[in-house]
Design a protein around this ligand. Structure first.
Ligand code: MN3
Length: 247
């Protein structure tokens, strides 16, 4: 990492920490302006707008080479993901959304505009995606996580085939997911930036692993060969992070 990149990433990390928690921040929690007494006397005081944030990238953009190239990672994080954050926060203000946390917003996103749904999903999904990948992937889960996958899908190879199929069959842009549904593991996919925590999603559950199959996630290196991207992506899955998300 060169000095400029280091400074840039340090700045991003600093901003994330300053705004508040690791994934999102409510402006209400840190710097809400004091309301004049004349406005609060009437009863309901609007919350300060919810402010969503990017998690600091947990590794260098080049750390997932050769499975995912550094340029793709940099554009994905600094342009696509950053764009979802900017647009989501603008939509939260424009639509006067009076919700104090990201989880409640995701769970009720069907009440708001399609633009807000897409951008809030884009924020959440990428924050999750960066964290379930990493350099030095072990290639397979261990211990309880492997036991759960064997119990759910027969064996790890069958799981990989089913997950890959979910990613390949998602027409156009979207995500493949491993989730927990009522104590059982399940594989599915969502369109666009929907995710299994959204009220509007036709595939629901607690996310354990996610794969971005939008062309922006792989096209620079793999062009139309989504299957090659999926095959190499297994090398950068951080199974320790997946295991943490299992009960
Ligand atoms: Mn993406």
């Amino acid at each position: 990492m060169d000095r400029k990149q280091f400074l840039s990433r340090s700045l991003q990390a600093g901003i994330g920490a300053l705004v508040a928690g690791p994934i999102l921040a409510s402006a209400a929690s840190c710097n809400a302006p004091e309301e004049p007494a004349s406005e609060t006397a009437g009863g309901t005081t609007p919350l300060a707008p919810l402010v969503l944030a990017q998690v600091p990238m947990p590794y260098a953009f080049a750390a997932l080479e050769p499975s995912i190239d550094a340029q793709t990672m940099e554009i994905h994080y600094t342009k696509h993901h950053a764009g979802y954050v900017k647009n989501a926060n603008a939509a939260i203000v424009a639509e006067s959304i009076n919700i104090s946390n990201e989880a409640d917003l995701i769970a009720n996103v069907g009440k708001y505009s399609t633009g807000l749904r897409n951008n809030v999903g884009g924020v959440w999904n990428h924050n999750f995606f960066w964290q379930v990948m990493g350099p030095g992937g072990k290639g397979a889960p261990e211990g309880k996580a492997m036991d759960a996958i064997n119990a759910g899908f027969g064996d790890f190879e069958k799981f990989k085939i089913a997950f890959t199929e979910a990613g390949m069959k998602r027409f156009g842009s979207g995500w493949a997911w491993l989730v927990e549904q009522d104590g059982k593991l399940a594989i599915g996919s969502t369109a666009n930036q929907d995710n299994p925590l959204m009220d509007v999603s036709d595939f629901k559950g607690k996310p354990l692993l996610a794969l971005d199959v939008w062309e922006h996630a792989y096209y620079l290196k793999y062009q139309n060969k989504r299957n090659d991207y999926l095959a190499n992506w297994w090398n950068v899955v951080n199974w320790d992070e997946v295991a943490k998300r299992m009960d």
